[in-house]
Design a protein around this ligand. Structure first.
Ligand code: ZN
Length: 381
């Protein structure tokens, strides 16, 4: 039976068993570098934090002691998390982390350094990290998170122990939403498919009518593109939808984090901040502000991922593949596009969407990328 710290992590029994084993045998030494790989939404970062918490807890992850509470709320002094607020991780950020790794733990025996999206490190930054992995100070544990092993330099790969997370099935995600969040079963199945098994996204689609509405508007707008004029209009519409979605998501997440911090600090009346809490709240607000700059780009990427699912559905109908559609709710419109175009054209559209994702990630101007994409997604009336 796993210790309680893993309770929130879902569908990853194999990974958890390996990490638990490492915690259980920590007195004989802990592997000093780990790589958690798995698709977005599989819970890579949460798994990394839970592992860090378990290593630092005297009980191996009780979930309730002071150390566990601090760790799970992101406030443990011996855990450093490098999250990417920018498109890439800068060499300075890695250098600072490496310096901080030299300090050793203040509360416990370990100092744990987590790098989320470690795949966003350019080669130069990776080399700085590599040095640190080659000569680790005792008690320092590095946890890197990335979509796949292939995203990391071979020199780094050879120094880490890999933990692979899997994508849960649509049915499993739906079950979780029913049990954990009391979501209606039919809705849970629909959103789990729409979110392509991304747990956080599925929950958001189930609980926010607005978020679900924006997703639908994005896809319907794409299916309706039949002329260049209409394509230009659609590109503007997508940017507007991405902006509104990013703003909503940022607001939701910011207030959740603030509540959690105040709870940890023991502030009961949240309307007036006691002086001792002000510095921590200010630090949180500053990091939230920095993060907001990346959120529009993430919003655009969500749109592109949704568009991929849409044209995959079109292609499935064209190939007469008997598989459930991701976007079952739009079946009529999807069939119509499938009838008016060829599988060859759908494949080309999928290729264009992937290209747009690469260009957005490479900082090409949003408007330009989306206009070009919209033109390529036209279907003759
Ligand atoms: Zn504990």
């Amino acid at each position: 039976m796993p210790t309680p710290i893993w309770r929130e992590l879902f569908g990853q029994a194999d990974a958890i068993a390996q990490l638990e084993q490492a915690v259980k045998t920590r007195d004989q030494g802990v592997q000093h570098a780990w790589l958690m790989t798995g698709p977005p939404g599989s819970g890579r970062s949460n798994m990394a934090v839970a592992f860090a918490a378990a290593l630092l807890c005297a009980e191996g992850g009780c979930g309730t002691c002071r150390s566990c509470t601090l760790a799970m709320s992101g406030n443990h002094p011996d855990i450093d998390v490098l999250t990417t607020e920018k498109v890439g991780i800068s060499i300075e950020e890695v250098r600072n982390l490496v310096l901080s790794a030299q300090m050793g733990g203040s509360m416990g025996r370990y100092r744990i350094m987590i790098i989320e999206d470690a795949d966003r490190m350019a080669e130069r930054s990776s080399n700085v990290l590599l040095k640190a992995l080659e000569e680790p100070p005792t008690g320092t544990v590095w946890i890197l998170c990335a979509p796949s092993e292939a995203d990391m330099l071979p020199t780094i790969r050879s120094r880490v122990r890999r933990i692979t997370l899997k994508t849960p099935a649509v049915e499993e995600v739906a079950q979780l939403l029913v049990e954990r969040d009391s979501i209606d079963r039919a809705l849970a199945l629909t959103v789990a498919a729409e979110a392509q098994s991304h747990i956080g996204m599925a929950r958001r689609l189930a609980t926010s009518v607005d978020a679900r509405g924006r997703r639908k508007d994005t896809l319907v707008a794409a299916l309706d593109i039949d002329s260049v004029t209409n394509a230009m209009f659609t590109a503007d519409r997508w940017i507007d939808l991405a902006r509104r979605d990013a703003e909503a998501l940022t607001t939701e997440r910011d207030s959740e984090e603030r509540e959690e911090l105040l709870r940890v600090l023991g502030v009961e009346d949240t309307s007036k901040l006691p002086p001792y809490a002000r510095a921590d709240v200010k630090t949180l607000e500053e990091s939230q502000k920095r993060r907001a700059t990346r959120s529009l780009r993430d919003g655009l990427d969500r749109i592109l991922v949704d568009l991929l699912s849409l044209y995959r559905d079109v292609l499935m109908l064209q190939l007469v593949a008997e598989v459930p559609l991701v976007n079952e709710g739009l079946k009529t419109q999807i069939s119509s596009v499938a009838n008016r175009s060829s599988a060859q054209q759908s494949l080309e559209k999928l290729r264009q969407i992937e290209l747009a994702r690469t260009r957005i990630a490479a900082n090409v101007k949003d408007q330009m990328v989306l206009e070009a994409l919209a033109v390529n997604l036209r279907t003759k009336p």
